[in-house]
Design a protein around this ligand. Structure first.
Ligand SMILES: C[S@@+](CC[C@H](N)C(=O)[O-])C[C@H]1O[C@@H](n2cnc3c(N)ncnc32)[C@H](O)[C@@H]1O
Length: 287
């Protein structure tokens, strides 16, 4: 299967499998679903995604590499003993989801998913089918107000914040440009502030470091669709990990982030380039 083409083995429909959000505007979650070959997207999402792919033809490589990263980071934390996860900006369920990876390592893993998009809420049953020993919950909330996420009753019912939590912020923080509300660094700080020592932050983020022109053009499609977005460089990403013990090699492209020995295997094609991936990833532990 080509990595630059959407999957064609499933019928597409203008009626996602729920009666949820309006079709007026493209949605981050539904565009990402399209890149991953999902069916929970509308014509308006596919039109915007098509423009973004025209601007940066390897956009599917980014999406799929990012999803593989989420699996790797989750497995890495689970193998380090993390048994509780807070995944913010979950996206439309796409198996394997985070709880499936975590519970494949430790069936008693507990996962709280958070997304603001009503289509994710509508599909959230697919996030709640975890192992009998574990527990999963979904919270529809906007992380622009971290206090509301942290105060969600489902979170208190599922996670013990007195014990370590893996905070998963994959492909989320680039939707928080600098100079606007909320400050993404403040959001991350507030979330981490509520977590116990021994907790981890795992994230991925789009960068223009390898193909400034191509990525900038794709991001411009998002902006013209009303979705604020900003790529960041390595140093800006390192700031998210301030005060944490960063797992070597630090902020890196996923196919050179080798703490789990899976860097090369994580390439979705053998010859994928930094420019095609255009993502930085990283993991750090709260001391
Ligand atoms: C590109 S998807 C990433 C999905 C998943 N984390 C992954 O890496 O495969 C980003 C998700 O973040 C969600 N999101 C964007 N801004 C958000 C916010 N302010 N609060 C909560 N969720 C948000 C979107 O609805 C979307 O589902």
């Amino acid at each position: 299967m080509s990595v630059t083409e959407p999957r064609t083995d499933q019928p597409r429909t203008d009626q996602p499998s729920t009666d949820q959000p309006s079709t007026d505007q493209p949605s981050i979650a539904r565009m990402y679903d399209y890149y991953l070959g999902g069916r929970d997207n509308y014509a308006v999402d596919r039109a915007a995604a098509g423009k973004a792919i025209a601007a940066f033809p390897a956009l599917m490589v980014i999406a799929r590499t990012n999803r593989v990263w989420m699996h790797r980071a989750t497995r890495f934390l689970a193998e380090r003993g993390v048994r509780q996860f807070l995944d913010i900006g979950t996206g439309i369920p796409t198996s394997p989801n985070l709880h499936e990876i975590a519970q494949s390592v430790a069936p008693d893993s507990r996962v709280v998913y958070v997304d603001r998009d009503p289509i994710v809420l509508a599909q959230s049953q697919r996030l709640l089918n975890g192992s009998p020993e574990g527990r999963t919950a979904f919270v529809q909330a906007d992380v622009s107000d971290p206090a509301s996420v942290l105060a969600a009753p489902q979170l208190a019912d599922t996670l013990d914040l007195g014990r370590p939590v893996g905070l998963s912020l994959n492909a989320l923080l680039h939707f928080f440009p600098d100079g606007r509300h909320p400050d993404p660094y403040g959001v991350v700080k507030q979330l981490l502030g509520a977590l116990a020592p021994g907790s981890y932050l795992a994230l991925s983020h789009v960068t223009t470091d390898f193909d400034p022109e191509g990525i900038s053009s794709a991001l411009q499609v998002y902006r013209s669709s009303g979705i604020p977005v900003q790529a960041r460089g390595r140093a800006e990403l390192q700031r998210f990990f301030a005060g944490l013990d960063v797992v070597p090699p630090g902020v890196e492209v996923p196919h050179r982030w080798d703490a789990d020995g899976m860097a090369e295997e994580s390439r979705i094609t053998a010859d994928v380039t930094d420019a095609e991936v255009s993502l930085y990833v990283g993991v750090a532990r709260k001391p």
